[in-house]
Design a protein around this ligand. Sequence first.
Ligand SMILES: [Zn+2]
Length: 279
Amino acid sequence: MKVVFDKKCLEYEFFSHPESPERVKKIKNVLEMLGAEFVKPEDITERELLKVHEKKFVERLKLKEYFDPDTPCIEFCYPLLSAACAVKAAKVCGFSLARPPGHHAGKNFLGGFCYLNNVAIALESIRKEDEKAVILDIDAHHGNGTENIFFGRENVLYISLHQHPLYSGTGRESRKNCINFPLLPYTTGALYLKTLAKAVEYIEKISPQIIAISLGFDTYVNDPLSQFMLSPKDFEEIGKIISGVLKNVEKWFIVLEGGYAEDVDIAAYYFFDGLWKVV
Ligand SMILES: [Zn+2]
């Protein structure tokens, strides 16, 4: 599998902020160990961003005219690079190993460590108008930004499994093309995997041409930001299930969202090992 990575994404950090360069470095080590092929992103234009975000919002990001304690002001080049990695991953059917994450960023808002919605930008960069696509979001948090962008949109189905209650407080119910599976804190692997199987049924029913995965490792039992109880073995199972889903479509990609445990590399190792057994 191709992994899109640029070490520039490790340049910025904020004291004691969980969204650290370390988490990406650890996942990179695992992918090296598993023999991934690393590729560089290509520059993207503002036109790609404007398929998803409002122009005024992009201007605010550029000028750093925003305040959010979770999502500190950073140079625009970093969110732009993360979006570019996702776009490249979409073009090569690979995994975007980049930061900052994106699924909490909506058409005209940021939050939850997210500035630009990487998965949405990447999807819209490859999707033709009449192509059916699914975004499967398996981060522990609800992707309120992704839902905001695609809500009511024809041909795009958003499916999310997430802890509720938890940030961002959204995703309690399914609405139109946004299928939400809220799960209680302390959800174990057995229930999570059963729920994931239900999500897969939705995907199979609409047989999409494109599948995008918002991949968060914050469902891991040791994650400090959620209370899910998923074990390394559960991640191996998730990897296998995802891989079974991806092998039915021609266009797919995976984008890194959250995952903040000190041993996030354990969850990542098992996930990618499971994924690779099939892909
Ligand atoms: Zn998350």
